[in-house]
Design a protein around this ligand. Structure first.
Ligand code: FAD
Length: 216
């Protein structure tokens, strides 16, 4: 299946032409995002938590402390909603009403389960590390048995998903195009600065290539 079926759950109803359902488009957003927001309901109270994620095939993995409330809820097999958002521009229209953003966002739905197998946990530690910076896993000290045991990893199989994408200039009402008001798009990019080496680093340790050339 290369596309998620459109159902009442994932079908974009507001501005449906911005909706996309193919895995390629959705997974590009998922993989580029540094964080995701996890939405879940506990005893009637909704929570939305930002967290690090990684995708392997059609599954999203999250990790954290054994006592983590969100992970405890997910590992019990409950439904969750995950959102990844990338901002590409701020859209300044002539009217306040039509101000907007250019964005690519993905909304994913699925149920959780827990990863107990030690080797599988290690694979996911590796995938999470490489999701943040390709090359880091080989460099960094690997998790100990104790560190592995005190970390919960949950898997969320993606049952349904959508992307919503806005691109292009401001769209004003026809009569507003003659107004003497600046309109346009301020492009937005995620920028990474110069790495700051740790103060306790031995002098002979240089910044690795994958950090110097870091990009997403
Ligand atoms: C950076 C950013 C800023 C935004 N600002 C606003 C704002 O100020 N006001 C506003 O009303 N809306 C804003 N949106 C759009 C917002 O995310 C919703 O799409 C919109 O509010 C419609 O909500 P709804 O519940 O009526 O969606 P519906 O169209 O009823 O949602 C149905 C289904 O469509 C899919 N869907 C809806 N929205 C998205 C999405 N963004 N990404 C992926 N799938 C989606 C989901 O699967 C959802 O279950 C913004 C989006 C982004 C990414």
């Amino acid at each position: 299946m290369s596309e998620f079926p459109q159902t009442d759950l994932n079908k974009v109803k507001r501005l449906p032409k911005r909706g996309q359902y193919d895995k390629k488009t959705i997974y590009q957003i998922v993989d580029e995002a540094l964080i995701c927001h996890v939405g879940f309901v506990l005893e009637g109270q909704p929570f939305v938590m930002p967290t690090i994620h990684v995708r392997i095939d059609d599954t999203i993995y999250l990790h954290g402390a054994v006592a983590n409330r969100m992970l405890t809820h997910i590992k019990a097999g409950n439904n969750v909603c995950l959102t990844m958002t990338l901002i590409d521009g701020i859209v300044f229209a002539r009217s306040v009403f039509h101000h907007n953003m250019n964005y690519r966002s993905a909304v994913l739905f699925g149920k959780g389960s827990v990863i107990e197998d030690y080797d599988e946990k290690w694979n996911i530690f590796k995938a999470l590390t490489e999701h943040i910076a390709k090359g880091r896993w080989n460099d960094a000290r690997k998790p100990t048995e104790q560190e592995t045991n005190i970390t919960t990893i949950v898997a969320i199989d993606i049952d349904s998903a959508s992307a919503k994408i806005r691109t292009g200039p401001a769209k004003d009402d026809e009569e507003d195009y003659t107004l003497s008001i600046w309109a346009g798009v301020m492009p937005v990019q995620m920028q990474f600065g110069n790495p700051i080496s740790d103060e306790q680093l031995a002098q002979e340790i240089h910044v690795p290539e994958y950090i110097l050339n870091y990009k997403r």
